[in-house]
Design a protein around this ligand. Sequence first.
Ligand code: NAI
Length: 366
Amino acid sequence: MRVQFFSARSYDLREFTAANARYGHELSFLEARLGAQTLALAAGHAAVCTFVNDVLDEPILRRLADGGTRLIALRCAGFNQVDLRAADELGLTVLRVPAYSPHAVAEHTVGLILTLNRQFHRAYNRVRENNFLIDGLEGFDLHGKTVGVIGSGRIGRVFVHIMRGFGCRLLVHDPQLCGVDSCIEGATFVALPELFSAADIVSLHCPLTPDSHHLIDDAALARMKPGAMLINTSRGGLLDTEAVIRALKSRHLGALGLDVYEQEGDLFYEDLSSTVVTDDLFQRLLTFPNVVITAHQAFFTREALASIAETTLANIADFEAGRATPNRVLPDLLRAVPSSQGGPGCAATSGSGDAEVPLASDKDGP
Ligand code: NAI
């Protein structure tokens, strides 16, 4: 099948070209993002392959469909960037890579926590300048602290498993999974308010949907413990950035680690070091010593890249052959989750501490 890639970087070209030896699709790679200016380049391609910040709103989808495109092959897990209803109405199939390496994202999350807590970002700069003072770099033991995990899917579960190794107490909130079957060893399912009020660290591992948009707003932040750390490696729109800045300025929020940002489409995956960045909220975030931001790289491991390429090409082959695939994204994935705050339906279990966390099958959709 002829596939036009957008937002393709050198590592995409390398991984997809290697994996395509087994599939034989006709792949063309473009560094440009998919948008109104570039979509003409998709003409004549039955499939486009896009990443997290490519625009797939109704006008773009309509023009893609008019140009003969039938498949949107997302080489990512998230699908919030796609107008799924429009795609469905236009007869465009949307496929994604629901899981590639939950370990990559969970481990990056832990990296942000350790960086903020032990201030590696500041220590690194001090030592390079021969400043060997440690004043102001004091952290806290993770052992014994309470970690609140919002979203207990593939990544949330791996994250729970890692943090249990540090000796943390784990509280989990997931409105879709609060029954006995969804127990996670060593974790307790709780309602959101309880999670916010008890957690020393809150980490987000749920998708961005109309329901979860600005899940962390002024009210949520006010419920959090003074000095708590907030980590978002999921999607930028889960945070109300202005509210978060207010909470940082008042010192109520103790530290913030981000791998995603609501307006990241204008910034991430570009070298803007010689230009004037006009996003004042993002620039304000960069001024805080207790904020660490990475540019949507939590997924970025060798293992994840290989897995993304393999699944994306298999998705395209399935579509071409008319085979059903569980990786299809239909509008009902946006269905609102129960508005209940997810009652504490899952009691803590005290396991050996070594057992592997049971993960959902890699082929399961959420
Ligand atoms: P998953 O689909 O396995 O699990 C998501 C879980 O969130 C599900 O159990 C679902 O019930 C739960 N959930 C849905 N709405 C919720 C809400 N309002 N509150 C609490 N829980 C809710 O997804 P997975 O693989 O664990 O990924 C989680 C998110 O991580 C993705 O949606 C994506 O946005 C983000 N991600 C970020 C990457 C990065 O590089 N920074 C890479 C891959 C994923």
